[in-house]
Design a protein around this ligand. Structure first.
Ligand code: KG4
Ligand code: ZN
Length: 342
């Protein structure tokens, strides 16, 4: 890696977090995230409100990122931004901002695929993290994504499988909503699950071919189960919340681990790196640790702030592309659907 100090400003606005980061080569100097609280009252992300909030947040967030890093914008070497995938209105805010700033400062512009960034977040230099060696399997699990990717090199990735409907984070959040828990319910399911019996209520696992996932059937079976039980006992959820959460989480983790095991079997690769908000789940972390002992895997989980949507992960991809001179033309447009490797 180059010894020269290159400063990259990165911008992320694909969903409901407005984020800016400044990196000095592979090190994150600042990583500011403004989470949009407004969506809580609607129980999910409202796209129009998200883009308006990005417009309000982007300038102060970028200012804060530069101030925290103690870097003047004149010192910047390039600007990296999330081109997609994501919500079109949200992506447009970050894309237009990055383009104008790069043009104004007359420095290179670098587009980043958000999904590749979730995977390459493992290469941020941080004392709490070890970078995986190539090739490895990357599993991105969040409110917007569920994918297993074979990572041959920084810019050589193959998607082996992905969800055909809901993302795994949505499965957590929608199940939580059915139990009357507030949005986003994933962390609350995790919390209750710690004190519950994972085998109290068996839920069916979907039969999906190969390495693809499906979570919409699970949500429906939880809905019918809760309707049936609350008809018999109106207090069923309140009385049994710990066991219900533990059982739901157990089923979701079984689905994830079954597919990971199959991916390891099919590829022969035992290096597994996860990312995305659901990587914070205590159950998945425990399962991966267990797999290290029982199946000889080496597993990697980034620091939580690099798991959820953040500009630090956009910045590391920006830096890696900067080294290779992979710059983007000012004609670039945001891309709501943007497959890895396309
Ligand atoms: O990566 P992220 O912040 O944003 C998206 O790109 O979606 O992920 C948010 C998702 C939400 O669905 C949230 O419920 C889930 O991550 N999540 C969790 C936990 N912490 C966050 N799910 C289960 N257990 C957790 N501890
Ligand atoms: Zn994401």
């Amino acid at each position: 890696m180059a010894s020269k100090k290159n400063y990259i400003l990165a911008i992320e606005s694909s969903c409901d977090d407005t984020s800016a980061a400044v990196l000095c080569n592979t090190k994150v100097l600042s990583n500011v995230v403004a989470t949009q609280e407004i969506h809580k009252q609607y129980g999910g992300v409202v796209p129009e409100l998200a883009s308006r909030a990005h417009q309000q947040n982007i300038v102060p967030v970028v200012h804060q990122a530069l101030a925290k890093a103690n870097i003047d914008k004149k010192q910047l070497s390039a600007i990296a931004f999330t081109r997609g995938p994501g919500l079109m209105g949200s992506l447009l805010v970050g894309t237009s901002f990055a383009k104008s700033l790069a043009l104004g400062l007359d420095i290179p512009l670098i587009e980043v695929n958000h999904m590749e960034a979730h995977i390459l977040a493992h290469f941020i230099e941080d004392e709490s993290m070890t970078a995986p060696r190539f090739p490895f399997l990357g599993m991105t699990i969040s409110g917007g994504h569920t994918q297993i990717v074979k990572v041959n090199d920084y810019f050589n990735m193959e998607v082996l499988g992905e969800t055909l409907d809901d993302a795994v984070g949505e499965a957590f959040d929608k199940s939580a909503k059915l139990m009357g828990l507030p949005y986003p319910g994933g962390p609350l399911v995790d919390k209750h699950a710690k004190e519950g019996n994972p085998n109290a209520y068996p839920f069916p696992k979907p039969k999906v071919h190969g390495l693809n996932f499906s979570f919409s059937g699970l949500k429906t079976s939880i809905l019918y189960f809760l309707q049936r039980e609350t008809q018999k006992d109106p207090d069923f959820v309140a009385t049994n919340i710990k066991d219900i959460c533990a059982s739901v989480q157990h089923t979701i983790l079984e689905i994830l681990m079954d597919k990971l095991k199959l991916a390891v079997k099919q590829t022969g690769i035992k290096q597994v790196a996860i990312g995305g908000g659901v990587a914070a789940n205590s159950g998945i972390r425990a399962r991966l640790k267990e797999a290290e002992e029982t199946m000889g895997w080496t597993t990697y989980i980034p620091k939580f702030s690099y798991c959820t949507d953040n500009a630090g992960m956009i910045g590391i991809v920006g830096y890696l592309k900067f080294l290779e001179g992979k710059f983007t033309d000012q004609k670039v447009a945001a891309k709501a659907r943007y497959a890895i490797g396309s």
